[in-house]
Design a protein. Structure first.
Length: 216
């Protein structure tokens, strides 16, 4: 009578042990791959958020508008564009929600590390108070903010000592100057974070020096 060949108990235990070891190695490798993928995905998401935030600010600054408002007490017109090295408020034709009309923007260094953003609709008034009452959005977490403003030449006094020079200033007051700077430089820095910088040309200045055509 022919004997039926099979596996012994020891062979089965050995095979199960090897299978469990292989599965454990595969699971460990998959865990490492998943964690690495999650880290890379989070890093890409963070970079995308930074890029979109910078693009949003850059677009708004390029579309900065010389928004006039009048203080009733003095009946004097002023331009709303106030900035120093840590904060800037301005009015732009660009809207964060792509809505019609003007929008008032504010970026400033937060109490902790980070840059805060506020936006409100711009009306005929000074929007500073309404901006301060608006709940801020943390735009650039972990970064410190530094701003500079480019002064432009005064063509009428180009040959005099009082002529403005192209130079970067740490403060700009539209209330005092009744004008917008030629450009705004925004620099972001942080510990263990890559430094970021944009220079936004304020396009409305391209129309400041346009002269009417002479009719012959």
């Amino acid at each position: 009578m022919r004997r039926v060949q099979g596996f012994t108990l020891l062979e089965l235990l050995l095979a199960m042990s090897l299978a469990a070891m292989v599965l454990s190695l595969l699971a460990g490798g998959m865990y490492v791959v998943m964690k690495d993928w999650q880290r890379n995905s989070q890093r890409l998401d963070d970079q995308l958020d930074l890029t979109l935030g910078l693009l949003q600010i850059d677009t708004s600054l390029q579309a900065a508008y010389p928004h006039y408002y009048v203080e009733t007490e003095k009946n004097t017109p002023y331009i709303h564009f106030e900035g120093d090295d840590q904060a800037l408020t301005w009015v732009s034709t660009a809207s964060p929600a792509r809505q019609a009309g003007l929008s008032a923007w504010q970026i400033k260094a937060g109490e902790d590390k980070g840059v805060e953003l506020r936006t409100v609709p711009a009306y005929a008034d000074n929007p500073t108070k309404r901006l301060e009452e608006q709940q801020p959005i943390l735009l650039f977490a972990g970064y410190q903010l530094h701003l500079d403003y480019l002064a432009y030449d005064n063509l009428q006094n180009q040959n005099t000592e009082t002529a403005n020079q192209n130079k970067w200033l740490q403060k700009w007051s539209g209330r005092e100057r009744l004008s917008l700077p030629k450009a705004v430089r925004l620099h972001l820095s942080g510990e263990e974070l890559p430094p970021l910088e944009i220079v936004s040309l304020i396009l409305v200045n391209e129309h400041v020096r346009l002269a009417p055509k002479q009719i012959k």
